[in-house]
Design a protein around this ligand. Structure first.
Ligand code: GAL
Length: 640
């Protein structure tokens, strides 16, 4: 490990029964010895709380601690994440083991920080156990105080759902309800599910901080059902596990992986990667592909380019037993260093040399996609088979990345300072303060793109009584006259000479001060259609900036046309470098007087990038002309 440049490891996340083989009898000797041996060669340790795997002696007497699916099926002991993190007795156990570990390691200078649990809500989040039922009711009591307020917020009069008391309330059922559940109840449930895991983690964080103040505390996400903006407030920084192999089939999808890192960055700024994919991985029912030589290192640099300040690969040596016996690590089962070890060592030695230049910088973002946990899950409560804000955001982000723009993801709670272009991808929820913030962004000179079906609901997840886009109508200078769903591509949108296809949604707009940028084109074989020649996209001058409203949704087919149309109106946005190939990703990190351009060639061919000038840090050569990028290679240029 030391020879490969490793200076930190992560351990302990599933080892509860090794730490406490019998209730109350702790044995940390294996860890003490290992931490010591690693420290002797300069490797520090991040320790993890082991609460994802409560041991058998703990679960045996407590079947009611186990997670329960909506159908009523109770999870059994024998894999991981089987116990519900909302169970109060289990929470007491979680605090107890955390305290024992924290007090034991508080005096160990080689334990430098902690990871809470492991990938909270990986695989299982929507539990129906008694604790979750009770916890949901308590959460609702705290939120609404009186039941009338809840009935109003849930529109409970519909389908006779009025409650007389909080005790009557059940968690919403989706697959085991004869018809659709109440969407406001569902949204509150998602909020509760996220808040409760934040609380579970917070209890561990408090114990760890009490034991030693200078430890950093992180967690390895990102899973669904967690509002990572709130979740990260208790941490020093977030961790994001990065397994591009789950989605990357070719160069384009490899580039697209970075949306995950951009989301991690949006939740808490620079992050670390507790687990970066090292090889093919598999559990019982699947096996990822083996990546080509160079790709493991390329993906690691992709994470770093997008804001990772710490890089750990999963895992060191492939395990010979257990459910992940084919989750390949840097070393194979036989412990022989081969191709993956050599690639890992190359990365390690490079980072050892240049890492200090990267630290202290953050990702330069000019064009961003707006995202928010609540609106994503409000969409989930009423998806109508339409693409989610996150899916549309991903398409927009990919396109910005293909254009080599400084792109990222920004959360609604964050500052929009420094942004020039902001995309609101059909975000259904809106409130006055967010609307004001968006209006301020435009007033200050920004370009806002608002996708169809945005701002149609309030925070109770009720459709607003005003004409859409409600609170955004004045900034975009238009309203929606008619809307509907249709097969994607049914209609055309014509903007000057630019032709685009509709997404699965159309809106006929009524300009109220805005200028019409594109009109609906209805193919003659469709017969009468209200949309014919009606306004489809508008643009409105508002203060110093512009707001574009787009009466459809972003799809793979129309995203380039729609974003290009917006970019025609953007001032001061230009590509980071010239490269006609979207498979070459170009990202900038900057800070402390440095500008670092990361150039990542995801394609199987050599590519050329122009317009780059400066010192290439990995090879230590001056670039002042075309930059030649071999297949799967990385360059980091300190721009001059
Ligand atoms: C993560 C997890 C690891 C390991 C890895 C490979 O989900 O944190 O413990 O399971 O993926 O599956």
């Amino acid at each position: 490990m030391a020879a490969a440049g490793v200076n930190v490891v992560r351990m302990g996340e599933f080892a509860w029964d090794r730490m406490e083989p019998v209730s109350g009898k702790f044995d940390f000797s294996l860890f003490d010895e290992t931490i010591e041996r690693l420290a002797a060669v300069g490797v520090k340790t991040i320790f993890c709380t082991p609460t994802a795997t409560p041991p058998r002696w703990l679960t045996a007497g407590h079947p009611d601690w186990m997670r329960i699916e909506e159908s009523g099926r109770r999870m059994q002991h024998g894999s991981r994440q089987h116990v519900c993190t909302n169970n109060e007795e289990f929470r007491a156990e979680s605090r107890r083991i955390t305290k024992a570990l924290a007090e034991h390691f508080a005096v160990n200078p080689n334990v430098i920080g902690w990871q809470t649990d492991n990938e909270l809500y990986c695989r299982f989040a929507l539990c129906y156990c008694k604790s979750c039922q009770a916890g949901f009711r308590d959460w609702l009591r705290a939120k609404y105080v009186n039941i009338e307020a809840l009935n109003k917020a849930w529109g409970a009069a519909f389908w006779s759902q009025t409650y007389r008391d909080f005790d009557q309330i059940l968690l919403p059922h989706t697959t085991t309800s004869p018809a659709s559940p109440n969407p406001s109840q569902e949204l509150d449930r998602y909020r509760y599910v996220s808040d409760s895991v934040v609380e579970f983690q917070r209890q561990q964080v408090q114990v760890l901080r009490a034991a030693r103040g200078d430890w950093f505390i992180t967690h390895n996400g990102l899973m669904g059902n967690i509002d990572y903006w709130k979740f990260t407030e208790d941490l020093d920084f977030l961790g994001a596990d990065i397994y591009p192999g789950f989605g990357a089939r070719d160069a384009a999808s490899s580039v697209a992986t970075s949306y995950g890192q951009a989301k991690a960055c949006s939740a808490g700024g620079n992050f670390i990667v507790p687990e970066q994919e090292s090889g093919p991985g598999g559990q019982k029912s699947f096996m990822l592909r083996t990546s080509q030589p160079g790709v493991m290192r390329l993906w690691a640099y992709q994470s770093i380019a997008h804001g990772a300040d710490g890089m750990m690969h999963f895992r060191w040596r492939t395990c010979r037993f257990g459910a992940e016996e084919y989750w390949c690590g840097v070393l194979d089962h036989d412990n022989v260093p081969r191709r993956r070890y050599r690639e890992f060592s190359q990365e390690g030695s490079e980072l050892k040399r240049i890492g200090h230049q990267i630290l202290g910088t953050t990702v330069d973002v000019q064009a961003a996609v707006l995202c928010e946990f609540e609106t994503d899950y409000a969409h989930e409560t009423m998806p109508h088979g339409l693409p989610s804000p996150s899916e549309q955001g991903h398409l927009a982000y990919n396109y910005l990345s293909h254009c080599h723009l400084r792109c990222g993801v920004v959360q609604t709670q964050d500052s929009f300072e420094g942004l020039k272009f902001l995309i609101v991808p059909s975000m259904c929820l809106m409130d006055q303060s967010l609307a004001d913030k968006l209006a301020m962004f435009v007033t200050g000179g920004g370009l806002l793109f608002v996708g169809g079906r945005s701002a149609i609901k309030d925070r109770d997840n009720h459709v607003i009584p005003q004409t859409p886009p409600g609170l955004l109508a004045s900034v975009v200078g238009c309203t929606v006259e008619e809307y509907g769903k249709m097969e994607p591509g049914t209609l055309g949108l014509l903007a000057g000479r630019r032709h685009m296809r509709s997404g699965p949604w159309y809106e006929i707009l009524q300009p109220r001060g805005a200028q019409v940028l594109a009109t609906w084109q209805v193919p003659s074989n469709l017969g009468p259609w209200a949309a014919a020649d009606g306004p489809a996209i508008t643009i409105n001058r508002y203060g110093e900036g512009l707001a574009m409203y787009c009466g459809t949704m972003l799809t793979q087919d129309n995203v380039a046309g729609l974003i290009d149309l917006a970019l025609e109106h953007a001032a001061g946005i230009s590509p980071l470098a010239q490269c006609p190939y979207p498979d070459v990703e170009i990202v900038r990190r900057q800070g402390q007087g440095r500008k670092l351009l990361f150039v990542l060639n995801h394609s199987r061919q050599r590519q050329t990038v122009r317009g780059v000038k400066g010192l290439e840090l990995i090879t230590d050569r001056q670039i002042d002309g075309p930059l030649e990028m071999p297949a799967f290679d990385v360059a980091i240029i300190r721009e001059s």
